[in-house]
Design a protein around this ligand. Structure first.
Ligand SMILES: Cc1cc2nc3c(=O)[nH]c(=O)nc-3n(C[C@H](O)[C@H](O)[C@H](O)COP(=O)(O)OP(=O)(O)OC[C@H]3O[C@@H](n4cnc5c(N)ncnc54)[C@H](O)[C@@H]3O)c2cc1C
Length: 457
């Protein structure tokens, strides 16, 4: 593309912003970024509630596989970040088991420990071509599967593991063999270091969204907020906004959810429309609870497989940064950010959610019944996790080539609908690579491999 050609980017989340920024770096300033919301950051934005607590849209931690992402963080955040060591636990029955659960079985009551170890000893090993439920049992045995993996994954995805495939797993699920698990039990030692997010950084102020606010600032003259793309006509290379405006383009990069992108395009063949309509996602409710009580908990985040507890994860958000509570006063305030997942297959009622979450926090021992609540803030995240269902890859293999043939690059967490490349570092790298491909013809690597190492998150 040359400078006379206009590039439009849909979505000012990490991917769209990284794409725009890279275009400027490559000297191509003829772009516009269209964002439906009134602010930048997408799923990685942060909110300050009326009581002065800061919340992310669910627990975000920053870790990276890409030098470009590291460089970006360094450039926009400098020293304005805090560095943490992960301290993470799974609540199993009434005990806290250090994460990963399967590496730290010694904390379980004797009969459960036996069941988990015996199952692991006889587990034949998982087949990535099978469904996720079969993979879990074959990899971990029935004990670990029953006590943690199956209930936890069912909660977080709001999807039965039998409806999911296993190819996405990569490093996102810690796999352990019997010898290592048994040795950890015998040694009476915790095995805590698994996964690259065992250390992570977090912005000193403003939550995760601070990264993207800073990244957007020098680009602001060409970012249009409250500009929802509602229709695309690829043959005319034009798109329409919610307010009726029509913009033409030479190239289009979209980070909108793939199913909604396809639904907005004129003249989509039925097999593409059907493939897109079959993609599955969950919805997450972030319920942030601010307490008028000093920060007492030293842990980072906690997992809850128990189906009777509404949330699947809780982040000790005051611990991430003191600025996440009013006035930075962790001697007076603390805060827990909870995540509860819902889907059409496993819906969670919005009614009474706040009360259920408050009761859940008491039930799991994170608050007392009389702990003074300073704030309860709810954010609905309609598109939270793109679910790797059994039919996902076949659908993507139809949709993506068709979009490319229409001159549309669909990138980012929901633009690719691939959870395994759905973290912020992947999204940023994809945005950078889309820009380099359009301007310089360089091949993209995140989409096509060599596979980046996926992370939990
Ligand atoms: C609960 C949760 C926890 C997470 N934890 C982590 C973590 O710990 N670490 C990590 O690295 N990542 C984490 N992530 C993932 C991270 O949020 C994403 O990687 C990142 O935000 C994806 O960026 P994106 O630009 O691809 O998409 P998005 O952030 O989804 O941005 C897309 C943007 O497009 C806009 N848009 C959509 N449709 C239109 C339209 N029609 N017109 C105009 N604009 C439109 C949206 O408003 C949005 O701003 C988590 C995500 C969730 C939901």
């Amino acid at each position: 593309m040359d400078e006379t050609q206009r590039l439009l980017i849909v979505g000012a989340g990490p991917c769209g912003l990284a794409c725009a920024r890279e275009l400027d770096r490559l000297g191509h300033r003829n772009w516009r970024l269209l964002e439906a919301a009134g602010e930048v950051g997408g799923l990685a934005r942060s909110i300050r509630d009326p009581a002065g607590f800061t919340w992310d849209l669910g627990g975000h931690v920053v870790f990276s596989h890409y030098r470009a992402f590291d460089a970006l963080l360094e450039e926009v955040m400098g020293e304005d970040v805090l560095r943490h060591e992960r301290s993470s636990y799974v609540r199993s029955g009434d005990v806290w088991v250090p994460y990963p659960f399967q590496n730290n079985l010694r904390h379980l009551p004797e009969p459960v420990l036996r069941e988990c170890l015996d199952g692991l000893a006889n587990a034949p090993g998982g087949d990535l071509d099978g469904d996720f439920a079969s993979w879990l049992t074959a990899t971990f045995g029935p004990g670990i599967t029953r006590h943690f993996q199956a209930p936890y994954n069912t909660k977080v995805w709001a999807t039965e593991p039998a409806r999911m495939q296993s190819r996405w797993i990569g490093e996102r699920v810690a796999v352990i063999d019997y010898a290592r698990a048994a040795a950890a039990v015998r040694a009476g030692e915790d095995d805590l270091g698994w996964g690259p997010n065992h250390t992570f950084t977090f912005p000193r102020q403003g939550g995760t969204g601070e990264i993207y606010r800073r990244m957007a600032a020098p680009l602001a003259d060409r970012i249009l907020l409250n500009a929802e793309v509602v229709g695309i006509d690829p043959s005319a290379r034009a798109l329409g906004l919610g307010d009726g405006a029509r913009l033409s383009y030479d190239a289009l990069v979209s980070t909108a959810p793939l199913n909604r992108l396809v639904a907005s395009i004129a003249g989509v063949p039925p097999e593409i429309a059907d493939a897109a309509a079959g993609l599955v996602h969950n919805t997450v409710y972030m319920v942030g609870v601010g307490y008028r009580r000093p920060l007492w908990d030293d842990r980072s985040w906690l997992y809850f497989p128990d189906p009777d507890v509404p949330f699947y994860r809780v982040t000790n958000f005051a611990k991430y940064a003191a600025a996440n509570v009013p006035g930075g006063a962790t001697d007076r305030y603390s805060s827990y950010m909870t995540e509860t997942a819902s889907s059409t297959a496993r819906p969670v009622s919005r009614r009474g959610l706040e009360e259920r979450v408050l009761a859940g926090l008491v039930r799991v021992g994170l608050a007392e019944p009389d702990t003074a609540v300073a704030s309860v803030h709810v954010e609905e995240i309609p598109y939270a996790y793109p679910v790797p269902t059994l039919g996902r890859d076949a659908a993507l293999n139809r949709i993506q080539p068709w979009l490319e043939a229409q001159g549309i690059l669909s990138r980012g967490r929901f633009g690719t609908w691939r959870y395994e490349i759905g973290n912020m570092d992947h999204a940023v790298q994809m945005g950078i690579e889309a820009a380099r491909r359009l301007i310089r013809g360089e091949p993209e690597t995140v989409l096509s491999g060599p596979a980046p190492l996926p992370q939990p998150g």
